[in-house]
Design a protein around this ligand. Structure first.
Ligand code: BGC
Length: 719
């Protein structure tokens, strides 16, 4: 343990401020691959020597060199921290967050995250800006791709698993790195799905749905937190006393470090809540933001704010202490390189075991949306046609894939060729996937090929750069002429399956009727092509379930399963208009695909649900036993989803809420009992007075998803 206090006592005010500044790697004369714009501030070498952390950095060798140079020039010999966005893998890329969440398997997410931590640590990274755990309900928002979807319980479980896996027991170990939960809070609720837009939600909704995911990461011991860009009810998160003081500090007792998002402190002036950078620096600092990422408010002003007596030096010291303690926990005072080693990295990157994990994760993340007996395809075919813009495309790794390389990924056509070496696998592009790709001259070739094939795999979607930060969409259909391509191919060869790639739920209504089989691939990662081949030809059995509802039209957004119960619910089957009910004239109120929905090649039957008691008290529990049978002729996995609905409460509650889930593997013909425990805290909700309470009364309980209630019961909470 370093004597941090003694170290701080020997530092000048400017040196202390330096510890609270994060600059991008290009400031230190090395290339970097970053999301935000690099800026040039005209810093001297001496000024640079005081900087506390760096975002980006090419590889271990470069980072080592930067650290060595830094330690040579820093009078206090304080190592820098190197941070970056390891989002869904470092070099071996696994499915995007939204995809992986469809596995309903936080343990699997933990395995993937551990792999990413090992690779990133070898590459010289000390901390990742992940997990991103913003609850999302609006597919127009590009960053839904990083999230775990629309349910707080599921997203919290994934957040917790990721924090634990990144950090392990000890972040100084060479296999682990520190994590940073983001973006606090409710960034995913941006009005109309437009990135960086205002968020205006009630405290009750915030607490009920949006805050639990961050809290779960904090309870899991996350070392850093990042406030969001948006304003929440009028106050930007970076300087929001309700979020940063009342909730984070006073209620949750968060004791870790806080870093601003890129340029977010400067943006307090753009939001118009700070007159200038000095005021912005004061506001953010006072709300507990320790490190400023890539803008100049702290750098230019924090020292003077202390010298002018506006900020007490003791508070500056406390912030520096937080940063230095994290460096100490990372073991950087003993090994400033955190065992960074390109050679160790190269032995791991895309190694057979890492590829195998990425493949398994991709297989568990894909969701079979429709299957009219087409899939799985038999393997004794003569010719398979793979058509569409994703047929031969290796950009299946998707956006924000850190050091992942497109040319190291397996395309769909490659995956099928490898699986079926004796089958002729031919591909045709058909058309492009950009909005402006309206050229249909490739249709004929694709249609002719489809006609000549025994089976057709149609690979369509949106390009990787249409999702992620600042990539909101006002339409959700397949870009360009892809819808026409799908319909044209389906018309000539009914033995077709459509694979859909993208970072968000797309509006697939216009291809639904013509398509006999639809498989949502998301961005599956480095092993996407192999996973697709396994699933298409029955080597793997789809088991993913959607974690975000798929709208029938952009006008349905935001759309989510755990919506509040309306006084005029529209329960009528889709398309049937019910007067004065809570739906749309032209597309009803149901999504095209629901949260929790996803097919398998086998069939499952819920035989019974038994409760060991029908009354629950505050110190007791109810054990629920669900009897599940695999009634098909294939082994498979099913996600047993347990939902509840509070029949009468003092404030309106959702139509249904996920209470628990378990993923189970059953061999063909096999049955199993799946058990859940219900305790009183799980029934609590935020009432109209913003208190977390439970209320006595009756609760409905069911297994299924959305309005597919396979098996139901009820119990009473007694107080
Ligand atoms: C994003 C963050 C990210 C940061 C650093 C920002 O633009 O909002 O999620 O961690 O850049 O790359």
């Amino acid at each position: 343990m370093k004597d941090i206090k003694a170290l701080i006592s020997q530092m000048t005010i400017d040196e202390k401020v330096g510890q609270l500044i994060q600059l991008s790697a290009d400031f230190f004369g090395t290339d970097t691959e970053l999301t935000g714009p690099a800026q040039s501030w005209g810093l001297s070498k001496e000024q640079l020597s005081t900087i506390g952390s760096c975002i980006g950095g090419k590889d271990a060798a470069t980072i080592r060199k930067m650290q060595e140079e830094h330690l040579r020039s820093d009078r206090n010999k304080i190592p820098m921290m190197f941070m970056t966005d390891v989002i869904h893998g470092y070099r071996t890329i696994y499915p995007i967050g939204l995809g992986l969440s469809c596995s309903f398997d936080p343990e699997l997410a933990g395995e993937c995250t551990e792999m990413a931590a090992k690779e990133a640590s070898a590459g010289g990274i000390h901390l990742t800006f992940a997990p991103m755990i913003d609850l999302v309900r609006d597919s127009r928002w590009g960053r839904v791709m990083e999230s775990c979807g629309e349910d707080p319980l599921l997203a919290a479980a994934f957040g917790e698993a990721q924090v634990k896996a990144y950090q392990g027991e000890d972040i100084s170990s060479r296999d682990h790195i520190a994590a940073c939960v983001k973006h606090f809070a409710a960034y995913g609720a941006a009005e109309s799905g437009r990135d960086y837009n205002s968020v205006e939600i009630s405290e009750r909704t915030l607490r009920q749905f949006y805050l639990p995911t961050y809290k779960a990461c904090i309870d899991a011991g996350v070392k850093m937190l990042m406030p969001s860009f948006n304003d929440l009810n009028g106050i930007p998160s970076t300087a929001n006393p309700f979020l940063m003081k009342q909730v984070l500090k006073d209620e949750w007792h968060y004791d870790g470090a806080v870093i601003s998002d890129w340029g977010a402190i400067r943006e307090l002036t753009v939001h118009g809540v700070a007159a200038d950078l000095r005021e912005a620096a004061r506001m953010a600092f006072e709300q507990g933001c320790h490190i400023e990422m890539c803008s100049q408010a702290y750098y230019r002003n924090l020292g003077d704010l202390v010298r002018d007596g506006v900020i007490p030096e003791s508070e500056l010291d406390a912030a520096v202490q937080k940063v230095l303690e994290l460096k100490d926990e990372l073991g950087l005072f003993d090994d400033p390189f955190h065992s960074a080693d390109d050679e160790r990295g190269r032995a791991m990157y895309l190694s057979p075991s890492h590829r195998a994990l990425a493949r398994r994760a991709a297989e568990e993340s894909c969701v079979l949306l429709k299957n009219d007996g087409v899939l799985p395809f038999p393997t004794d075919l003569k010719r398979v046609a793979v058509v569409g813009p994703y047929a031969d495309n290796k950009s299946v790794i998707g956006p924000w894939s850190c050091k992942g390389k497109v040319d190291e990924a397996v395309s769909i056509a490659e995956g099928i060729r490898e699986l079926l070496p004796d089958v002729e696998v031919l591909s045709a592009h058909g058309c492009g996937y950009l909005f402006e790709d309206l050229d249909k001259s490739g249709f004929d070739e694709a249609i002719e090929l489809a006609k000549s094939a025994d089976a057709v795999v149609i690979c369509v979607g949106e390009p990787a750069h249409y999702s992620g930060e600042a990539n909101s969409r006002a339409t959700l259909t397949l870009p360009g002429v892809q819808t026409e391509l799908v319909n044209a191919i389906n018309a000539v060869n009914p033995n077709s399956a459509v694979l859909i790639f993208g970072g968000r739920p797309l509006d697939l209504t216009a291809i639904y009727d013509s398509s006999r089989a639809m498989l949502e691939m998301w961005f599956p990662g480095s092993e996407g092509g192999r996973a697709a081949a396994d699933l298409l030809f029955g080597k793997a059995n789809p088991c993913g379930k959607l974690t975000m509802s798929f709208p029938k039209g952009v006008g349905q957004c935001p759309i989510y399963y755990n919506r509040m119960l309306s006084g005029r619910p529209n329960y009528k089957p889709d398309g049937v208009w019910q007067a004065f009910a809570n739906g749309y004239l032209d597309c009803g109120s149901r999504p095209l695909f629901f949260f929790g929905e996803g097919l398998s090649y086998t069939s499952f039957e819920y035989e019974s649900m038994t409760l060991d008691a029908h009354e629950l008290t505050e110190d007791d529990k109810i054990t629920v036993t669900v009897r599940l049978k695999n009634t098909g002729d294939r082994d498979g996995k099913e996600v047993v989803q347990l939902y509840m609905h509070d029949k009468v409460s003092s404030a309106v509650r959702p139509v249904q809420e996920l209470l628990a889930f378990k993923k189970v593997f059953l061999k063909a013909g096999e049955s199993a009992d799946v058990q859940f425990e219900i305790k009183e805290p799980a029934l609590r909700f935020w009432n109209a007075q913003n208190q977390l309470i439970s209320e006595a009364g009756e609760f409905e309980l069911f297994v299924g998803y959305a309005d597919h209630r396979y098996i139901c019961d009820e119990f009473t909470l007694v107080k």
